[in-house]
Design a protein around this ligand. Structure first.
Ligand code: ADP
Ligand code: MG
Length: 676
């Protein structure tokens, strides 16, 4: 059975089992789904005098001329010298060799080897190449494409390759569903045993078929969850009072059309017996917090509590402040829960939450710790969803009895992707920014022009405006090979060059109180320049701050830089973003920065970042676990999604049993989870 553990494979003991587990390979099926990440092309033998490019892999054939045992820097090695008809020579080097197997290299023996080239001209060598020996001229080799697998310490690609023939027959038990003229089993066979003349064909054909299956399985799973969710019923929150009206009157601005539309969608969900599960997408600064507040008020009108979770302490505190300002006058009490609260404060909060006195509770993931019990949790809101995993959302949900869930994100996920990835949810989108927003002028500055940047900050402050200066955490600058500029460096620099400017400092490791006080001072304009780590990346909102300087910008992704830039341009004044970089820049780095200078469209930037860096990096989903794809890549296989949707919908309608099997093939654990 494909679901049997790898320990049932002949020759796999507990040691290998453990090592395989490090690669997330636990069952026989996991093993066959672990595809080669490249193929060695062993079809062409390169004459020894044509070995040119260091670090390139070559296939060679030659006759042993000499075998020497050498001592270099305390390590002994066996050096086997080869030559061929071209007149070139090559040394094969083996460290920690066993005399027994070095003995095969007798003078005059033929050797065929595959390995990476080291060294120059006369001293070309291969270290521990893969090799075969022959007693006579073996002639040209049979062309071979050898799969190379991601390996781990103590478990080589070769070892993994040797296990494949013992398990590959398991694929015959997989669902026999043909697409692209292949079943999954055919495709897997061909990926592990490529017969074709080019590895490229594998990448484009069979690998794509496997990727298709995986994307399809995820689609089917999401649809199943969606259907299950629809069967749940919960408390309707449809009582209306004057609260929302009063709040809107006190705001001092009108909602945008877009805010009104999404608010209507969300409030309609909340007044249904089906628990809401809705993703609210909106670019930085589009005003998601106000919309969330309307939902909080609706929950409050109906006497149920709201839990509002943010990914960082800084953001939680800021939301706490904003919500208190808005809700206190309406007689709604807001509480704050973070991981670093002093014990007496925490106990007081726990009590207020349990009694229902705190009608709104803002916090970090400290919100779902065991000691927090809600009196009646009716709504959960998650801000900046990309920082959380599905599991964390579930933990928060489970604090209530099927509460309505609103999930907010500033990540500009392209529509087809959003519909695919969040197919279990409904999606709302804020498509416009509040009126009067100034565009942000973005400029690039190399380290040579640092003095001018500092001067620009001085002038900016003189005009009565404030600035952020974002750099690396202090610790990072010490051991990072790339020498990032840290907050301490910038603080010193500013103190020396523009001492008249009032500078504050926030970073992740700071005590909550201190952070709070500094942010407060910045809001109250007691600080002109806030030197900060990327802790300010999400959510921080100070409209009078109209300049942001970013150090080490070439090391960051577009999506992150776009988020950072979104800290400014929030008031009525023109705003600026200065990106500092250190030469030399790679092509990709330069391209990223230039595109950022030219575009303020979050969707366009996310799309580009996706192509340049891949999905996991861009959206941080690798950490948060949204993307657990083993073979498919949303950057490269995105064009398959439309077909995945069509085929998926057909399967659900016509062959539900097969659909279930496809889910099970890829994610038996996930599918269990969904049925909880
Ligand atoms: P985000 O969507 O990034 O979370 P926020 O909710 O923090 O955005 O809103 C950004 C700023 O815009 C806040 O200062 C907020 O008060 C303000 N704002 C929100 N909606 C409007 C609006 N319709 N008109 C004017 N300002 C608004
Ligand atoms: Mg926000």
């Amino acid at each position: 059975m494909p679901s049997e553990p790898v320990s049932t494979i002949r020759g796999v003991g507990s040691d290998t089992t453990k090592k395989l587990a490090r690669l997330n390979i636990r069952t026989k099926l996991d093993l066959v789904l672990h595809l080669p990440h490249r193929y060695e092309d062993r079809s062409v033998v390169t004459p020894l005098d044509e070995l040119r490019i260091p670090k390139e892999y070559y296939y060679v054939q030659g006759v042993v001329q000499d075998v020497a045992l050498k001592q270099t820097k305390g390590r002994s090695s066996a050096q086997v010298e080869l030559s061929d008809e071209s007149g070139g020579v090559l040394t094969l080097r083996f460290f920690n060799y066993r005399p027994r197997w070095i003995a095969v290299f007798q003078k005059g023996v033929w050797v065929r080897a595959y390995g990476q080239l080291w060294g120059e001209y006369r001293h070309k060598s291969m270290i521990h190449p893969d090799f075969k020996t022959f007693n006579a001229d073996p002639g040209p080799p049979e062309p071979e494409f050898v799969p190379v697998y991601y390996a781990t310490k103590g478990l080589t690609s070769k070892h993994i390759r040797s296990l494949i023939p013992k398990t590959i027959q398991e694929v015959n038990l997989l669902p026999k569903f043909a697409h692209f003229d292949m079943t999954l089993a055919d495709a897997l066979q061909r990926c592990h045993n490529p017969e074709m003349s080019s590895a490229d064909v594998v990448r484009k054909g069979p690998r794509r078929r496997v990727a298709f299956d995986e994307l399809l399985a995820y689609y089917l799973l999401q649809q199943r969850r969606r259907l299950q969710h629809k069967t749940f019923t919960t408390r309707i929150l449809d009582r209306k009072s004057h609260l929302i009206r009063d709040f809107l009157d006190s705001l001092g601005f009108q909602l945008t059309k877009s805010q009104e539309t999404v608010a209507r969608e969300i409030l309609a969900d909340m007044s249904s017996t089906r628990p809401m599960l809705r993703l609210l997408q909106g670019d930085v600064g589009s005003g998601k917090t106000v919309v969330a507040t309307l939902c909080i008020l609706r929950a409050a009108e109906n006497g149920v509590q709201t839990a509002f979770m943010a990914p960082t302490e800084l953001l939680a505190e800021q939301h706490y402040q904003t919500l208190s300002e808005w809700l206190d006058p309406l007689g709604i009490k807001v509480g704050l829960v973070t991981g670093r609260m002093p014990a007496p404060t925490r106990r007081a909060r726990q009590k207020a939450i349990a009694s229902g006195d705190d009608l709104v509770v803002v916090g970090t993931h400290a919100l779902f710790q065991d000691s927090i019990h809600f009196n009646q949790l009716g709504l959960t809101i998650i801000d900046e969803q990309q920082r959380f995993g599905v599991h964390q959302r579930m933990l928060l949900r489970d604090k209530g009895n099927l509460p309505h869930q609103l999930i907010m994100t500033a990540t500009p996920i392209p529509r087809t992707l959003a519909l695919y990835l969040f197919a279990d949810m409904d999606v709302s989108r804020i498509t416009e920014l509040p009126p009067g927003r100034q565009s942000i002028t973005t400029t690039l500055h190399s380290d040579k022009h640092r003095a001018e940047v500092i001067e620009a900050v001085r002038r900016h402050v003189e005009r009565g405006q404030q600035a952020y200066w974002v750099c690396a955490a202090i610790e990072e600058s010490e051991n990072d090979e790339q020498e990032l500029i840290g907050t301490e460096d910038v603080l010193k620099e500013l103190a020396m060059k523009i001492s008249s400017v009032r500078v504050g400092h926030v970073h992740g490791q700071m005590k909550t109180q201190e952070k709070h006080a500094t942010m407060h001072d910045f809001r109250d304009r007691k600080i002109d320049v806030l030197v900060a780590t990327t802790v300010i990346e999400v959510g921080v909102d100070v409209p009078n701050a109209t300049l942001i300087v970013v150090d080490n910008s070439s090391n960051m992704g577009l999506a992150q830089l776009h988020q950072l830039r979104g800290r400014v341009g929030r008031g009525a004044d023109a705003s600026f973003c200065m990106l500092n970089y250190t030469n030399p820049l790679s092509d990709t780095q330069r391209q990223r920065l230039v595109r950022l200078r030219e575009s303020q469209d979050g969707f366009e930037l996310a799309d580009l970042d996706l192509q340049l860096r891949g999905w996991g990096e861009v959206f941080g989903t690798k950490q948060s676990g949204t993307e657990n794809f083993r073979v498919a890549s949303l950057a490269h296989d995105r064009d398959l999604l439309e077909e995945v949707n069509t085929v998926g919908a057909q399967l659900i309608a016509k062959e539900p049993e097969l659909a279930g099997k496809i889910i099970d093939t890829w994610s038996p654990i996930e599918s269990d989870y969904a049925s909880v």
